[in-house]
Design a protein around this ligand. Structure first.
Ligand SMILES: [Zn+2]
Length: 337
């Protein structure tokens, strides 16, 4: 039986778990005065401030990538007594956490191997607190190999016409996956924010290819007038000044990579020329697979389609609840022994 006493899902400071032994703050927005924090990974919606001197569970890679974003975690360890972490497969260094051999919190999680990232590792637990970003049946991603084939075919077609291609994804995570997959094109330019994260990955032992040239320098030297080329850029709308200029000055086509590209309206909403679904999260079927692997007594869904996924699980016979259905604090929802 679990030792879980109380769980609070707060608007202000993430998920707070109280067990008989300790209080654990899961991806808190600000460091708590006391207690232990878990920082699952270095995305900015999971780390908002420095943790100077505060006790943190995080991977060495997360600590390094957080530093690149200006946040210090200087009192950390990768495990603790009765705390085990697991590769979450989401971005480099992302971890899920198992507390007291009973409560498993996934953070952001991906089961599907991509580029240099392996499959996230799940474990049996009593209580599963899981992210459900894509927890609705319309989100089923095609195989990564199929998306790569489509993208390479598109780049080849554009190159044959001398047309540059802008590949867009989040600067940390998606852009390194894209760097890994598309570095063999020549030339490949990268925006500064992505170049920084690529360097941090190289430092951490992840090889992304060496064929990258900085976009800003190339622009200054007038190299962009020599077409075609590939540019790796942070994901932004086709209406942004940056993308508009690339289209007007160089006739570039824009390609967005996101799990949201499964939605028929995504391409138009983003105002991009192409949109392909490569995601760093589980799709609907993989979320279900994750639940089966954990075989929990209780599931709490957080983020994204949490209500839809909790309702689906209930229909499958699971004791499931979405975080938005929880009160600010829920005490003793599982009997202690
Ligand atoms: Zn994330």
């Amino acid at each position: 039986m679990t030792l879980l006493r109380d769980i609070s899902i707060t608007n202000s400071n993430g998920i707070i778990l109280s067990t008989k032994k300790r209080k654990v703050f899961l991806d808190p927005e600000k460091p708590p005065d006391s207690g232990l924090s878990f920082v699952s990974h270095a995305h900015l919606d999971h780390i908002h401030s420095s943790f100077d001197g505060k006790r943190v569970i995080a991977s060495a890679e997360t600590v390094r990538l957080a530093k690149e974003r200006g946040f210090n975690i200087n009192n950390y360890s990768e495990e603790d007594e009765d705390i085990e972490t697991f590769d979450a497969g989401h971005i480099l260094g992302s971890r899920a956490i198992l507390i007291d051999n009973s409560i498993f919190y996934t953070g952001d999680f991906a089961l599907r191997p991509r580029a240099f990232l392996g499959s996230g590792k799940a474990t049996k637990c009593d209580v599963l607190i899981m992210e459900t970003t894509f927890g609705s049946p319309e989100y089923v991603f095609p195989p990564v190999a199929k998306v790569l084939e489509q993208t390479n075919r598109l780049i080849a077609e554009m190159f044959s016409k001398g047309v540059p291609v802008v590949l867009m994804g989040y600067p940390l995570g998606k852009s390194q996956i894209l760097s890994h997959y598309f570095s063999f094109w020549d030339p490949v330019y990268v925006c500064e924010s992505i170049a920084k994260m690529n360097s941090a990955h190289t430092e951490l032992g992840v090889s992304l290819g060496t064929n990258f040239k900085k976009y800003e320098e190339a622009k200054e030297k007038g190299l962009l007038n020599r077409k075609p080329w590939v540019l790796l850029s942070p994901l932004m709308s086709g209406r942004s000044r940056f993308v508009k200029e690339l289209k007007e000055e160089y006739g570039a086509v824009s390609v967005a990579f996101s799990g949201w590209a499964c939605r028929p309206g995504y391409k138009n909403a983003m105002n991009v020329d192409y949109a392909f679904p490569i995601s760093d999260h589980c799709d609907f079927n993989e979320l279900l697979q994750l639940v089966k692997q954990c075989s929990p007594k209780k599931v709490i869904t957080v983020h994204g389609q949490n209500e839809t996924f909790a309702t689906f699980l209930q229909k499958q016979g699971y004791d499931a609840q979405s975080s938005s259905a929880l009160h600010t604090s829920m005490t003793d929802f599982i009997h202690e022994d």
